[in-house]
Design a protein around this ligand. Structure first.
Ligand code: CMC
Length: 385
């Protein structure tokens, strides 16, 4: 047996520096470029936080207006992207649709750009690409939900800012301020989280000097999994199964006996609670009141208190955001694409950071297959399994 110390899942491995965000599990805090995320979520529009992640500082009024103007320029769903989305089977997962759409946008944008040697682009090009993806993703996500409901896409409204327009393009009606605010908070809270699986995927791809779009497509694939972004969707499946706060205890007995993972709980880094949860829970509370759904609040609290009491494992951001998106009217399948629309800002900030001081990411492995052997002993018609 080898004495190599394998860090399964890279747990506890510090892979590089980053100035984008700081996760501190000891103090239960998350800082974006130095600012506590809960302060950003309750005071800043998502556009300003995107600017902060990309540029390192919050925007001036003029810079925010410039970013908002660019965002409006690119928020229309291009006809070819709509056509590509329409090729994706209606019963495919919407994450496959989003991944396909981003892949086409990348192919179109980079067409004629020459050899792979130029793929990684310069900082200005990559910032422009990041802004375009950030601006167009709401149209992609909104159209995905509408087409599954048999509805036509809705044109963006230039009198509305990012979050209000996102809701408008999804539902075709203006949302109340309390809903826009809760949605904006969720986007800010989901925007960035250091070297999580999808961001690390994006950095691995960027480190080969591939292009930003390829890195984002890979990150979307990583985010789809239920151990990562797919958990917000999975939380709603659990809520649908339990249905009523009174069923929590027997449901939990059975789920734990079957050794099921309870989605929306636990975190690789936070072991004493996810710093983003209180802010999103406060937003969920405002929605519960707005939509008069105390049943959601009781199911939420009952499952949380029972599970924490039994296992000492705390909720993560997906736990309050799943029911919040449900109350806003999003289909359960749309939840993880919403996470993409938010996290694209963090991914692209990390891709640019990776390229600014790049080293190819290429770890080692410890071989544990058969000892060296030779073709001489190989008999092709013998059964091997
Ligand atoms: N339900 C039941 N048991 C759990 C859970 C859970 N949600 N989370 C951890 N555990 C148990 C796990 O079974 C293990 O027990 P034992 O030591 O007896 O085998 C122990 O706690 C350690 O768990 P782990 O899976 O080894 O810990 P990890 O750091 O690898 O996992 C995690 C972190 C997020 C993958 C895990 O907590 C999990 O699967 N949670 C459910 C999925 C989820 O909510 N994911 C969203 C994560 S946060 C948002 C994001 O990053 O996208």
């Amino acid at each position: 047996m080898s004495m190599t110390d394998i860090k399964k899942g890279l747990a506890g491995v510090v892979a590089d520096y980053t100035a984008v965000s700081k996760v501190n599990p000891e103090t239960n805090s998350l800082l974006y470029r130095g600012y506590p995320v809960q302060e950003l979520a309750s005071t800043q529009p998502f556009e300003a936080v995107a600017f902060l992640l990309w540029n390192g500082e919050l925007p001036t009024d003029v810079e925010l207006a410039q970013l908002r103007a660019l965002e409006r320029d690119y928020r229309v769903l291009p006809a070819d992207v709509r056509a590509a989305i329409d090729l994706v089977p209606l019963d495919a997962h919407p994450m496959d649709e989003v991944r396909t759409a981003v892949s086409l946008i990348g192919a179109r944008d980079l067409a004629g750009s020459g050899s792979v040697l130029d793929a990684s682009g310069n900082p200005a090009e990559n910032l422009a690409r990041s802004i375009r993806l950030f601006a167009v993703l709401p149209a992609i996500v909104a159209y995905g939900q509408r087409r599954r409901r048999g509805e036509q896409p809705i044109e963006p409204r230039n009198d509305l800012d990012y979050s209000a327009n996102f809701l408008w393009m999804t539902f075709g009606e203006e949302s109340d301020d309390v809903v826009v605010d809760a949605f904006n908070r969720s986007m800010v809270l989901y925007a960035e989280h250091s070297f999580n699986a999808s961001t690390f995927t994006a950095r691995v791809i960027a480190s080969t000097l591939s292009d930003l779009y390829s890195a984002v497509v890979g990150a979307i694939g990583a985010l789809k999994g239920p151990l990562h972004g797919g958990a917000n969707e999975a939380v709603l499946h659990i809520f649908d199964e339990i249905r009523d706060a009174r069923n929590v205890s027997p449901w939990l007995d059975k789920a734990l006996a079957e050794k099921r993972k309870i989605m929306g709980f636990g975190h690789r880094v936070y072991k004493r609670g996810d710093s983003r949860v209180p802010t999103m829970k406060a937003a969920l509370d405002t929605l519960v009141e707005h939509y008069d759904r105390p049943d959601v609040a009781s199911l939420y609290s009952e499952l949380e208190s029972e599970f924490v009491a039994r296992k000492g494992i705390y909720p993560n951001l997906d736990y309050p955001s799943g029911p919040a998106y449900n109350l806003m009217g999003f289909d359960t399948l749309t939840f993880t694409p919403l996470f993409v629309a938010a996290r694209v800002t963090g991914w692209t900030a990390h891709i640019m950071e990776q390229l600014a001081s790049n080293a190819l990411i290429r770890p080692l492995s410890e071989y544990n297959g058969p000892d060296e052997r030779h073709i001489e002993g190989y008999v092709p018609d013998a059964e091997t399994l």
